[in-house]
Design a protein around this ligand. Structure first.
Ligand SMILES: [Zn+2]
Length: 288
């Protein structure tokens, strides 16, 4: 009997961490996902990547599981990325190290030559745009402890993609950022749906993104809908997945009507379609 319990104890300490790495190979601009099974002797704390701490949250749809999302910065170079998982076992703080293989997503480059006078903003526009940027970043940096996620994420409309996430933009020979979302073909006035349930945390007209809606899904996940012609929601409203948020348009700094759809995870812009596929196939699997 004693021998048996010793063996059992030994087995427990080896297999104590039940971690599922959804994607150990991940490219810049994409999201990585780790899932943990709840075990009575273990309390998960957080994970640390490059001194940045990421919170481990309860799976919104399964109380026996935890998860953490790690957004890989767009400018991250290929490397073996060290990921430290902190947890306590028998009141002792422990850590386990795993590695992610960061690959180059090889995003396309888009070269634009523009009349420089057209990109110089007036003092008022510049002030407005930087105020709006600061306001948005303050929102994206908040991690609501509660998750509003009710089921799988959906795209806001069924339409052709006209511009992928990540395209590098070279203006007059110099690199000036990248495309931070996915563009969908949408003529003026196309109804748009909430990608998942959440709280409307931004609903207003902005200089660059025009008619803009941002939904807080909880746990530091936000979805963004830009260049809209009509907003049917206001800040503070609660929304369910698939409910209408307004109509697409061509407001803000755009050349024509379309929907720009974005996802933020822990304040970072990530590829929205890869995020949706990853989270639906793993964390939210089977929950329609
Ligand atoms: Zn766009």
């Amino acid at each position: 009997m004693r021998f048996f319990s010793l063996v059992l104890l030994f087995a427990c300490s080896i297999f104590a961490l039940d971690i599922k790495v959804a994607n150990a190979t991940v490219s810049n601009g994409k999201t990585a996902l780790l899932e943990f099974k709840k075990e009575s002797s273990i309390s998960y704390k957080n994970i640390v990547v490059d001194k940045q701490r990421y919170e481990i949250f309860n799976n919104p749809l399964d109380s026996k599981k935890f998860y953490v999302l790690i957004p890989i910065n767009y400018y991250e170079k290929p490397s073996d990325k060290k990921v430290e998982i902190f947890y306590t076992q028998d009141n002792e703080l422990k850590s386990k190290t795993i590695f992610f293989d960061i690959k180059d997503a090889n995003y396309e480059k888009e070269t634009l030559s523009v009349d420089s006078s057209k990109v110089i903003l007036s003092e008022n526009d510049r002030k407005r745009a930087s105020k709006e940027y600061a306001e948005a970043m303050e929102i994206y940096n908040k991690k609501t402890e509660h998750s509003y996620i009710s089921s799988e994420f959906i795209v806001p409309l069924n339409s052709k993609i006209t511009s992928d996430f990540g395209k590098a933009r070279v203006y007059n020979g110099s690199l000036k950022g990248y495309h931070g979302g996915t563009d969908f073909r949408a003529s003026d006035g196309t109804p748009l749906m909430a990608s998942n349930s959440g709280k409307i945390v931004l609903a207003k007209d902005r200089f660059y993104s025009g008619g803009s809606v941002v939904i807080d899904h909880g746990h530091g996940i936000y979805s963004c809908y830009f260049h809209m012609s009509k907003l049917d929601v206001k800040e503070g409203d609660m929304i369910r997945r698939g409910e209408p948020i307004g109509l697409s348009g061509s407001s803000g700094r755009v050349t024509g009507p379309h929907l720009h759809f974005g996802i933020r995870v822990a304040a970072q812009q990530v590829d929205p379609l890869q995020f949706i596929e990853l989270i639906n196939k793993n964390l939210l699997k089977g929950i329609k």
